[in-house]
Design a protein around this ligand. Structure first.
Ligand code: ADP
Ligand code: MG
Length: 151
């Protein structure tokens, strides 16, 4: 029987609620998880990662910001989180040329904003988080985990 990916839908009413959701998700993640974020600018991708990264690595929420000019920020020491923002990246060959694929299997968690840039090399098992603004303070957040079932 086909295995269905587990899908969860949330609506948050403030940045703080999105951070709290990121914290909750962090508790269920295995090392080497790859989380791909989809959503426009200001959809709340970085805000979600603030909660996730601070909970998972113990870093300060304030430390987490979009690494727009360097592509990658690394948080934590024992538990590491690799935070990519690929907005300015051309394509997956540039990603590979920079040696970034190594971080996807470096025993931490990888969070990738603008992951559509490297669509062609993303593994099937990666978790997808789609975020949408529905009002200035409301966001719809859909999380799809292909490694879990809905039942
Ligand atoms: P992205 O990384 O997707 O470009 P950011 O997380 O950097 O988005 O920015 C989201 C902006 O929207 C922040 O200024 C945040 O305070 C604001 N915001 C308002 N409501 C929410 C919400 N419910 N969830 C997340 N961010 C929100
Ligand atoms: Mg961002």
């Amino acid at each position: 029987m086909a295995r269905l990916a587990k899908t969860q839908e949330y609506t948050t009413n403030s940045a703080q609620e999105t951070i709290a959701l990121g914290e909750r998700i962090a508790a269920n993640l295995q090392p080497n998880s790859i989380i791909c974020f989809f959503g426009d600018l200001a959809a709340g991708k970085t805000t979600f990662i603030k909660g996730l990264a601070s909970k998972f690595t113990g870093c300060d929420v304030e430390e987490v910001n979009s690494p727009t000019f360097v592509y990658l920020n690394i948080y934590g020491e024992e538990n590491k989180l690799f935070h990519f923002d690929l907005y300015r990246l051309k394509d997956s060959s540039e990603f590979l040329a920079l040696g970034f694929d190594e971080y996807l299997y470096a025993n931490g968690i990888a969070c990738i904003e603008w992951s559509e840039r490297i669509h062609s090399i993303l593994p099937k098992e990666c978790i997808r988080i789609e975020m949408k603004s529905i009002s200035p303070d409301q966001r719809k957040i859909i999380i799809v985990n292909p490694l879990e079932n809905n039942d």
